[in-house]
Every structure is written in C-alpha cells, then in structure tokens.
Design a protein around this ligand. Structure first.
Ligand SMILES: [Zn+2]
Ligand SMILES: [Zn+2]
Ligand SMILES: [Zn+2]
Length: 257
C-alpha cells in the first residue's frame, strides 16, 4: 500500500531558532533552517498516524492541515516528544469508534499516565478532556492495516524505541543502536536517523555517526532529524552523499507500507 510520510518537525528539543540565540543559523532567511520539535505523520489508506506529539504539534497540525488522527506512537517521554498531547483534544473528539489510541512501551505508557493524570484519571471533573487511551506495547502491532514494529534504541542511559513501518523506519534520539535492532532494519527504502550536530553528545547521534549507520544498513535513502542550530541546511547537505539529506519541516516522502 502507498503511504506518505510528512516531517512535522525536524528540530532538536529547543527548536531552531533557539530562543535567545544570535548565531547565523538561528537568524538564517532559509526556511529550511526553521526547525520545530521532532515528529512525523504517516498517511495510508485514508488513515493518519503520528509518531510523537511535540510541543509544536498545534502549529504543525495547522500547517499540514491535519483534520484527523487515528493513532499515535510514542518513542519516549522527553518533553520535546510528548508535550503536544493536550492538543490532540479536538481531534480525539472526532475519533470513531471510542478513544484515540496512544501506543508506547510499557514504561513510557506508565510515565504518560502519571504525568497527565488529568487525561487518564476517570474522576477528573473539570473541563473537556482529551479522549485518549494508552496501549502499552512490547512488540509489533497491526494498526488499521499496517504493521508498526518497535525498534529498541539507546538514548544516553535509557532505552527508548523507534519504529519500522513497511519500507520505512523513524529512529530519533539514539546515541547507540544495538545489533539486534540493526537486524530489524534491513532492506529499507527510507531511514530516518538522529543527527544532532557534528560535536559528540552523550544522548544523541552525530552526522558522522549516522553516516556510518547509513553505510552499514544501506537504505535507498536516509534523512537526518533532531537537528540543532550547529547545522545550516544547505551547507550541510552539500557535504552529504546524494542519498542522504537533512530532513526539513514539511518534507513529504512516498513509500510502501
Ligand atoms: Zn528529543
Ligand atoms: Zn543558534
Ligand atoms: Zn530524548
């Protein structure tokens, strides 16, 4: 089945421009250098699935004219990946039948339940609540005719997950990828990888390191995301092999799911 992946946000946790920063990239006039917080949307067969809901989800949804969401997959519970959860509210009212499902590893689902008690606590009496339902997963799930497979990633000292869906995979916030996970990433058309910057970082991958992963996995095309203000879009792309590009907000890619 044909599917479309849309990059909702390609930026790191602080976004680009970064508040208070006077560097050249934060003041660039190239729209590709404006990066909202990281998330992607996958559309197939009339369905809309999100990976993460960033603090910028509201503006991303307006920009991409998102009028329905059928499911959300969470990679982990850092603020830059979850804080848009409350903006699912109006879309959750349109979801039929029942509540909008949120898929996450059991530890991440438990954290979301604690962090957003007002959403998941049936006794909360004030205001109109998002109609969301947590669905802990520890293996592949079939969602509305497509299979989503969690891929374990190392993010500093924690384990989180990326996802493979058909011929594409979205991996963000990894400082390392275990061999068992690399084995799940053979034969990809599209591979998204974390590439924060050039300088090493304890919880994120670098351009160099992610290029090594591309060399090892040999996807048809690779795209970098979770990018900070160290990397100017055009100048960085000019240094990359043709089949590897920095992603940018609003980028759309076709693939088979
Ligand atoms: Zn992040
Ligand atoms: Zn800057
Ligand atoms: Zn993170």
């Amino acid at each position: 089945m044909k599917a479309i992946l849309t990059v909702l946000g390609s930026g790191t946790s602080m976004g680009v421009p970064t508040l208070g920063c006077d560097c050249a990239v934060c003041h660039s006039s190239d729209p590709h250098d404006r990066r909202t917080r990281p998330s992607v949307m996958i559309e197939y067969g009339g369905r809309v699935v999100l990976i993460d809901t960033s603090p910028d989800f509201y503006t991303q949804a307006l920009r991409e004219n998102i009028t329905r969401v059928d499911a959300v997959f969470y990679t982990h519970t850092h603020a830059d990946h979850i804080l848009g959860i409350d903006d699912l509210r109006p879309l959750s009212y349109l979801h039929k039948p029942g509540k909008l499902p949120l898929y996450a590893r059991p530890d991440a689902a438990a954290f979301l339940r604690r962090m957003f008690t007002y959403i998941f606590d049936g006794d909360y009496k004030y205001g109109s609540l998002p109609q969301l339902e947590l669905k802990p997963i520890d293996g592949p799930v079939d969602v509305l005719g497509a299979r989503f497979e969690p891929i374990i990633l190392i993010h500093g000292e924690t384990q989180i997950c990326g996802y493979r869906f058909g011929s594409a995979a979205y991996l963000t916030d990894h400082s390392d990828i275990p061999d068992s996970s690399l084995a799940q990433l053979e034969g990809l058309d599209i591979l998204f990888l974390d590439a924060l910057r050039h300088k090493p970082h304890p919880t994120h991958s670098t351009v160099q390191n992610s290029l090594r992963i591309v060399d090892r996995l040999r996807p048809k095309r690779a795209f970098f995301t979770h990018i900070c203000h160290d990397l100017a879009h055009e100048a960085t792309n000019a240094t990359l092999p043709r089949h590897v590009r920095l992603s940018h907000d609003g980028m759309k890619l076709e693939f088979e799911i």
